[in-house]
Design a protein around this ligand. Structure first.
Ligand SMILES: O=C(O)c1ccccc1N[C@@H]1O[C@H](COP(=O)(O)O)[C@@H](O)[C@H]1O
Length: 213
């Protein structure tokens, strides 16, 4: 059987609020950009701002819309206007709600407490991936909180590792977990919602270094 090339770790930069940050991230080679549509977040965009930001972007980079227990009317408006490539659900959304929008979806799992990933995988069977984040259940993500990676076991989905990643720890995280993708917000920022060019570049270099090992 032919040997497949080693998979490169996909990269998502989350909490993008400025077109200049999005363009720099794309130039550096990210696969996906996250727009936070959660009003309580320090990186929140409203639908209008998200649509305007998307207009500034070239094709072939996935736009992911983050939601947390949003009401159905808001999600319907968001999907209709932004047409995100994926939805990312951070609250207690049911599988029925997650799959109701004709878009692929990612379900986050709060890893501050131990989780049975096999059960989560079975519950959200049609999710494109599970995103493992470091915050406690019911609390906002994007706080730069890491979790104990040794808790990661089981499940059948591609895993997106998130929570407290930064240029200093992402290579060892990839070495330990071998996730499908990594997702970062705080660790590449100079202030909430404002991405730092040098940190973005260093983060990507570290992911590539880990992939090469
Ligand atoms: O970024 C936010 O403000 C946010 C709000 C609500 C839910 C999720 C949010 N962000 C997600 O959290 C992860 C981890 O962020 P960090 O790197 O630890 O700061 C991030 O990848 C977003 O997907």
């Amino acid at each position: 059987m032919p040997t497949l090339p080693t998979q490169r770790t996909r990269i998502k930069f989350c909490g993008i609020t400025r077109a200049e940050d999005a363009r720099r991230a794309i130039a550096l080679g990210v696969d996906a950009l996250g727009f936070v549509l959660v009003p309580a977040s320090r990186r929140a965009l409203d639908i209008e701002a998200a649509v305007a930001l998307r207009r500034e972007l070239p094709p072939f980079v996935a736009v992911v819309a983050l939601l947390m227990d949003a009401d159905r009317e808001f999600i319907a408006q968001l999907v209709g206007r932004l047409r995100p490539d994926l939805l990312q659900f951070h609250g207690s959304e049911s599988p029925d709600l997650c799959r109701a929008w004709g878009r692929p979806y990612i379900k986050s799992v709060a890893m501050a407490e131990p989780q049975d990933l096999a059960t989560q995988s079975a519950h959200y069977a049609d999710a494109s991936a599970l995103l493992l984040d470091g915050h406690p259940t019911g609390e906002l993500g994007g706080q730069g909180t890491a979790f104990d990676w040794s808790r990661i076991a089981g499940g059948t989905h591609p895993l997106i590792l998130a929570g407290g990643l930064n240029p200093d720890n992402v290579a060892s995280a990839i070495g330990r977990v071998r996730p499908y993708a990594v997702d970062v917000s705080s660790g590449i920022e100079s202030a909430p919602g404002l991405k730092d060019a040098a940190l973005m570049q260093k983060f990507i270099e570290e992911v590539r270094r880990a992939d090469a090992n």
